[in-house]
Design a protein around this ligand. Sequence first.
Ligand code: NCD
Length: 304
Amino acid sequence: MDFSGRHIMSIQDFSRDELEHIFKVASEMENYVKTGSDILKNRILATLFFEPSTRTRLSFTSAMYRLGGNVLGFDDPKMSSFKKGETLVDSIRVIESYADAIVIRHTIEGSVTLAAEYSNVPIINAGSGTLGHPTQAMLDLFSILREKNTIDGLTIGILGDLKFGRTVKSLAYGLANYDVKLVFIAPELLRMRQDVLEDLSEAGKSIREVSELDEIISDLDVLYVTRIQEERFPDPSEYEKVKGFYVIDRRTLKSTKEDLIILHPLPRVGEIAKDVDSTKHARYFKQSYYGLVVRMALLSLIMS
Ligand code: NCD
């Protein structure tokens, strides 16, 4: 399977076989986390973050260093006032001669795709507006696979801001490749977008939508929790209505399956209480580690 030079735009561009190949390479990459390697020696990655990021940018950077490569770029959130269109395209035309691949996070949907149209080096979408975050979905799938030994056959609850969150949409599309039962858990105001629901139902997924976690928590094998995306609400009073809607603590977890796992793309802002961290269910910090090896796999696949 040849990924060299390939853009990573959307999780929907990847078949199940391709995802599984990435996961196999990610498992191999675990050998290099401690020792390092020179797989990407003399290669340069550019990271352009027009929106704040901690994990995504740092894990791409760390992945590159662990493979012997170098990183340049910017992470100034003020750059998000940067206008899309010609300015971004011009930047890409300049940066493509400085780097062998470019990771971009942008506020505006479509801007990363636009960049890819003009770039001669692979572009990786590290989050575009409210729509997609394909590498996060890959690491989420990998986390489920590693922690549950399978994805097929599981009942997976995706909770929180399904309207403005991008990780939830990419994850749902990624899960559509597997034989899973999906439960979307959100307040009425933050339900999953209709077009995504339609795509999933065309892919043969039957989806249950609820607003109360208690109603279904005992059915779940995986609970994927997300933050309410305050910064994306056009009307702050709408945010006030849903702020703090879910708080998962030890009490919430009384009636779960023994082997339920809890994931979260992070950052969390109160939706998972700290007392959950020490339970056997918490896997969100491990998930960040899996993000590192999945990104090592992706970088080595597209650049070597
Ligand atoms: C997510 C994002 O940027 O969409 N963060 C991440 O990449 N782990 C989730 C979020 O910001 O809530």
